[in-house]
Design a binder for this molecule. Structure first.
Ligand SMILES: [Cu+2]
Length: 162
């Protein structure tokens, strides 16, 4: 059997093929580079940038408009329907119940500092405030920790999916 590149033409032809193949790979890579931002990232960003979770606070409850949202940037739009001020704390859920202070009615915020992902200081009744977040997949708790409010029922859950 003869070795393939026995003549000059064979070599030339092999080079040509090689060049053609490289060209194809480049074209494919370029196409992918063009397609990826148009197909993948912006869709994901759009989906999340448009993701507004409405949160209604009352004495004493917190209700989210949805309990499931995709990971990434999002906004919690927090409306306080009063009649007193309420804060909002977003905590990545721990395994057990949130740790309480010695008073047994407020969450120990020092203990949950590592898993706190967002905070809105107390807002007056009738106000609407936005809390921008960028959440990873997981389970989150949304609470108001003003004296007695959490125990009074001011909490809700949010699941963030991949
Ligand atoms: Cu409250």
């Amino acid at each position: 059997m003869s070795v393939v590149p026995a003549d000059g033409q064979g070599m030339g032809s092999a080079r040509a093929e090689h060049g053609g193949l490289t060209g194809s790979i480049l074209a494919a890579a370029l196409a992918a580079a063009v397609l990826l931002p148009g197909c993948s990232s912006p869709d994901r960003l759009e989906a999340n940038e448009g993701a507004v979770v409405r949160v209604v606070e009352r004495d004493f409850s917190i209700r989210l408009s949805t309990h499931r949202v995709r990971s990434g940037p999002m906004v919690l739009r927090v409306v306080n329907k009063g009649p007193v001020a309420h804060e909002l704390i977003v905590v990545r859920s721990a395994d057990g119940p949130l740790p309480l202070r010695a008073d047994d009615v407020t969450i120990d915020e020092d203990e949950i500092e590592d898993i706190t992902v967002g905070v809105l200081e107390p807002g007056e009744p009738g106000t609407s405030r936005d809390l921008p977040l960028d959440l990873e997949p997981g389970m989150y708790s949304v609470v108001c920790n003003m004296s007695g409010h959490f125990m009074g029922g001011m909490y809700d859950d949010l699941e963030v999916t991949a």
